[in-house]
Design a protein around this ligand. Sequence first.
Ligand code: PHE
Length: 455
Amino acid sequence: MQNKQSIHGAWANRWIFILAATGSAVGLGNIWKFPYIAGENGGGAFVLVYLFCILLVGVPIMMAEVLVGRRGRQSPINSMRETAYEAGHHGRWAGVGWLGALAGFFIFSFYSVVAGWVLYYIAGMGSGLFIDIGSEQAGQIFNGLLADPQTLLIWHTLFVVLVMMVIAGGVNKGLERATRILMPLLFVLLFVLLIYSMNSGYFGAGWDFLFSFDTSALSGEAVLEALGHAFFTLSLGMGSIMAYGSYMGKKDSIGGTVLTIAALDTVVALIAGLAIFPIVFANQLDPAEGAGLMFVTLPVAFSQMAGGQVFGFLFFLMVGFAAWTSAISLMEPGAAWLVETLGLSRVRASILLGVIVWALGVLALGSFNLTSDLLVFGMTVFEFLDFLTANVMLPLGGFLVALFVGWYLTREMTEDELSLRSSFVYQLWRFVIRFVSPAAVAVIFALKIYEKLAA
Ligand code: PHE
């Protein structure tokens, strides 16, 4: 049992696992979403809570997910069931895997729409659409894109196809190959971006905005948003990391690996913030501009700098790579399950999933044009899918995984799987996963509901 392998394959080595999981974690969440929600929630105070959530909730739960995946060696749905059986419990725990698969579909649907904008911007930068524009024109180009369902549809479709191609290749010829090519490129591009932002003149203003921790600005809303984002950005609560963990080598240490992944993810988000906010302040733009922040501010900056077209092209290319490697991980849990349980080939599994997420994406894309009047709880379908997944389904999924691993798996199982060198670190992790992480999620939810009722 302990040494079994996944039927889908295994990562070549520990670093490939780290890079693949980092590819999952680093995505639109870091470069597009983090800066704009930090901007909407006042900057520093939000960032502080977010960092706490990563450390106290994200890291321990990521360890728990990898542990279950590697122990079960199957798709999240089946690994949850297997490990529950192994610990002498009910197979109903597979339900957590199902909840995650559903969340994965929902995330993919709006993710792919935004990734489609990115592809459009790559093409636009390449063809000179953004030469010599001011912030007004940048806004017009972005709003024009949103108002045009046909163009959105084309790029959304292209993105879904790109992801399907990788999923169809399987763990080694698909996921691992994409990781080996895309991740080094992503890091090189990110480094270039950092250098640029440090020379942009307004670096200090961006820094202050992100790191001046004024806690008086914190609302229950912001805290829930920070928690939800911690799950979203680390790809937790829906099975991506669990699925990737099932391809991990038995001897590799889970603790060190997970810390590396979380650190890389956090660094990328902060660099993205440090690249975007200086430009926002340099151009007197509004940091609370919302979902368009990256798509409106950056083209303005690129249009004014020497070599900006090339640089803008590279920037959006990097975002595109990041989105691609994340979307692959959104689809992998479902693909693995289809192969294991229904006996589909990888190609068929990827086509089936591709069609489902494509159709859901079409619904999300209408929120900016044809169906902008359709509101769910006062939100457009696009906003609702984002809110429902990031702020409700992922924290709930993570909460259940913490309960499962902390209270239902046997101590022997978790101790054996983590094989931490120091027993103190193991005790600490166990305490956090049993009490601290679930309590943090519960308290934040309660706070939010209380705030709603009181309002
Ligand atoms: N972590 C990814 C990002 O930050 C999004 C994602 C969420 C991917 C959940 C997989 C699972 O963009």
